[in-house]
Ligand binder design. Structure first.
Ligand SMILES: O=P(O)(O)OC[C@H]1O[C@H](O[C@H]2O[C@H](CO)[C@@H](O)[C@H](O)[C@H]2O)[C@H](O)[C@@H](O)[C@@H]1O
Length: 535
């Protein structure tokens, strides 16, 4: 009988009567002296029952368990790998795992169940590298919450989306002045915008008449959306797109544009294009008509050379497209309203003569009644005259009044504003870039895949940027929000009266100088972006 002292108690084996007797003595002693760790016989903690393993699983190594599970999932037949002499049971050796892996790969490629599964499970969309800032869909109650836009341009350097920049004129490119005709563009700003337009698509969107805007800005290569977007013109294509036309989409062998930028926020593109479909069906019909007449013209005119046999035919076609002079764009909404607007203008000039400091500006598709220079006591009279005029025939129900910065703007009472104009321009750019009909390249290819990417992919590859200062710019901020756009409200901190009460803008800038710095940053961001062609 072994007797090793432990906690003052000997370990006993119950072999004979002496032992039993001795044990009960020891137990008594332990109880009396409160010795921990001792329990009399029969009161020792019952050891947990060991899990009974099946004979199979006792012998099963992790490797064979894996093989058994795989065969269960995919219906594979797996063979046992050769066991090396030094491989230990219960551990996966390097040879084991390599063998299992190659076996698995081979079997997977043959398994019909797995193939079916692969087809049915769609690939997850690739993660965007630099997600654009989240759009604000609800109006922001406090403009001071917004962050500075300067950093945005720097962030754009890393982005891969094609910029389309929309700039408001008064209060954005030029400071607000008391005489509307004196709001000329500074040379510095002209240089900055000109430099940006060399590298990105730029449009000026303003309440001013389109011709007046052109005269002020004097940059012929830009798009101009005058009279709050009712009157649009421009070169008719996306800037420098032709330089990206040398690659082909693997699926359709079409030339592709924003291949590298497709990874942008595709969801935004989807949402935006759905929105577009929903509300501009009439504009789309007009487009369909324009496309049809272009097609007809192309069929009657001498067809352009078709580089069918060339190995680089798409590149050649692209060059031909680039070398042709741009077709140009001219689009007006509600032209039939121009005579009515002229009548309103004449009447208002006559009626407002009595109010000193007031003035009426003809913006062709809109009429601006300025009251910046009117004495505060006379200002209600200006609004009363405008309102009473609008209640008369033939203006009632035909024209509507909007308020801007010390100005009332009368325009056709139709659903068209800066927001619609911006969406119109974006859709125009998309169509111009994806229309390869003239070269006959779209034979047998679904319309949405003509240029190697879908409408949604195109929208996902474009990043709209809009900079504006007025209430009317809010329509544009709101319209481009689903694209994950950058929208910037120019909002001087001291300007408490004239700033919008709420905004859909994602960022703010404080004045025209900041806008120039931002435009400069955008231009250098475009220049710094790696070329798509080089990849
Ligand atoms: O859309 P915008 O380019 O911002 O044009 C809106 C109006 O801008 C002009 O008026 C404003 O700027 C004037 C010059 O700084 C200022 O005197 C006036 O008080 C502002 O309202 C323009 O004259 C209007 O026709 C536009 O509708």
């Amino acid at each position: 009988m072994a007797s090793t002292p432990r906690n003052g108690i000997a370990d006993l084996s119950l072999e004979d009567d002496d032992s039993i007797k001795k044990m009960s003595e020891v137990a008594k002693f332990a109880r009396q002296n409160n010795i921990p760790g001792y329990r009399p016989n029969g009161h020792h903690p019952v050891p947990k029952p060991q899990k009974q393993r099946s004979e199979n699983s006792i012998r099963e190594t992790p490797m064979s368990a894996l093989r058994r599970r795989l065969s269960g999932w995919f219906g594979l037949s797996t063979s046992k790998p050769p066991r090396r002499a030094n491989s230990l049971p219960g551990k996966i050796s390097r040879d084991d795992s390599e063998h299992a892996l190659s076996e698995l790969k081979q079997s997977l490629s043959q398994s019909p169940r797995w193939q079916r599964r692969r087809k049915s499970v769609p690939k997850p969309p690739p993660k965007p590298r630099m997600p654009p800032p989240p759009p604000r869909t609800a109006p922001c109650s406090d403009w001071r919450e917004l962050q500075s836009a300067r950093g945005i341009a720097q962030a754009l350097r890393a982005g891969r989306r094609q910029l389309v920049v929309f700039l408001d004129y008064d209060g954005t490119l030029t400071p607000i002045v008391s005489d509307p005709d004196a709001a000329t563009l500074s040379d510095h700003m002209r240089d900055a915008v000109g430099k940006l337009s060399d590298r990105a698509t730029v449009a000026i969107v303003s309440g001013r008449a389109r011709e007046k805007l052109r005269n002020f800005v004097q940059l012929p290569e830009l798009y101009y959306a005058g009279s709050h977007g009712f009157d649009i013109d421009g070169p008719g294509g996306l800037h420098a797109a032709s330089s990206f036309l040398c690659r082909r989409a693997p699926s359709t062998k079409r030339p592709i544009l924003f291949r590298r930028w497709r990874r942008g926020r595709r969801g935004d593109g989807v949402a935006a294009s759905r929105r577009w479909r929903a509300f501009t069906s009439s504009a789309r019909h007009r487009y369909a008509g324009a496309a049809e007449s272009r097609r007809r013209r192309a069929s009657t005119a001498t067809p352009p050379p078709r580089p069918r046999e060339s190995p680089h035919r798409y590149a050649v076609a692209a060059r031909a497209r680039r070398d042709r002079p741009p077709a140009g764009l001219r689009h007006s909404v509600s032209s039939e309203m121009v005579p009515v607007l002229r009548a309103a203008r004449d009447l208002l000039i006559e009626r407002l003569q009595v109010i000193e400091g007031s003035s009426v500006e003809d913006n062709r598709f809109s009429v601006s009644v300025h009251w910046r220079n009117v004495a505060p006591t006379d200002r209600p009279a200006v609004e009363a005259i405008v309102d009473s005029t609008l209640r008369e025939a033939p203006f009632a129900g035909v024209l509507r009044k909007n308020s801007g910065k010390c100005v009332y703007e009368l325009r056709p009472d139709v659903k068209w504003d800066k927001g619609e104009a911006v969406l119109y321009l974006l859709e125009l750019l998309r169509r111009r870039e994806t229309d390869f009909d003239e070269y006959g390249d779209d034979d047998g290819v679904p319309e949405e895949r003509i240029a190697g990417f879908t409408e949604d992919e195109w929208y996902g590859g474009v990043l709209p940027v809009y900079v504006g200062d007025d209430v009317t710019d809010e329509d544009a901020f709101k319209a481009i929000a689903p694209f994950g756009a950058v929208s910037v409200l120019v909002c001087p901190s001291g300007d408490k009266v004239e700033r919008p009460r709420a905004t859909h803008a994602t960022h703010t800038l404080k004045d025209v100088d900041d806008v120039r710095a931002f435009v400069d940053e955008l231009a250098s961001a475009c220049a710094a972006r790696p070329s798509v062609r080089g990849r």
